[in-house]
Design a protein around this ligand. Sequence first.
Ligand code: S3P
Length: 439
Amino acid sequence: MTSFAPQHWIVAPGRPLRGSLRVPGDKSVSHRAVMLGALAEGTTRITGFLEGEDTRATARVFQRLGVRIEAPGPSERVVHGVGLHGLRGTAEPLDCGNAGTGMRLLAGLLAAQAFDSTLVGDASLSKRPMRRVIEPLTQMGARIDAADGGLPPLRIRGGRRLRGIEYALPVASAQVKSALLLAGLYAEGETVVREPHPTRDYTERMLAAFGWPIAFAPGQARLSGGHRLRATEVAVPADFSSAAFFLVAASVVPGSELRLEAVGMNPRRTGLLTALRRMGADIREENAGEQGGEPVADLVVRHAPLHGAEIGGELVPDMIDEFPALFAAAACAEGRTVVRDAAELRVKESDRIAAMAAGLRALGAGIEEHPDGATIVGGPLRGGRADSRGDHRIAMSLAVAAQRAAGEVRIDDVANVATSFPGFDALAREAGFCLHPGE
Ligand code: S3P
């Protein structure tokens, strides 16, 4: 019988982190590889696919839409593309699970289909704002109905003719940009998206790799409808966001020296490196290379005493998923860390400012929330009980902070770690964490 009982971890200070490890594939790239593979002509092979619940949910959605997807081995997918107009509608709701990326990108793509669709998600996703995609897609001619407050489920009408628009995003968001670009594949004329700060450009890069003419530069992208996607091979790099927990843990646990192998180093993702170095971290990049058109490098991190820093502005989108880990680093650093310009954290899988503030406070850290960030005062941490609020990155970040606590820490509601980082607990133990699932 499947049990839906919440799981928890018991975490205690471990040994210094040592050795060499490889984290799973990038979540953003894995979602997009399935999506573009499905819409392409021909067979797309994906290696390094993230076997997380989020990305598997996206693959299941496309199977529901008539796309044959095989899994010949772990982290491998073979997607038999049906072409831009080959998806088949279904009356069943399409379940995106916990994945904001899945739902927002699918909203763009499904708004352009001949059939109606309904997108649903889990309790967390059902509270996340969707107006940010509904409004511009409506300007393109789409018809999408949401629940009160612009929340999921999304009912998307088919058979609409879309037209390209020029759209300046009010908030920097790769998900919104990508939704518009995917709708733009089907639109008449040109779709132009401008961002207030540059965000991750995987959709743009992957569209180009699948042969779609697209012009892009940091902060803007433009494409026209009416071309074809051609199947290709996608080698997904290791997810920088998963490596982030180990970068912080090895920085704060004395005696650590850890190598993270072949991590994706897209500059729109590596803002945490800048932030940690500003705080005094010792992280070297070795064996720089390329994988699937993305820069990769080994990251060698050694323990170093961290001090507080100011983090905000342009750096924020480049480390948008790494703030929970940064908060953990700040709690172990000397002095004050001030985070600003990061109000988006309040509408992620949880309100990540409130969740980290409550979690770190439970371990004795001094932390004051701001509407767009927090001030964290580093100092000794104690054992206690903290709640991840069902958010994978909060759970893993609290486990990192617990490596420096004076006693045992219980972290509640950790099942959602499987959305982005299946096997985190085993890998963390291998590296030196003391972390065990509670009964
Ligand atoms: C993602 C974009 C980011 C990020 C999310 C993945 C993507 O969200 O937080 O985890 O794959 O495009 P926003 O674009 O909404 O900031």
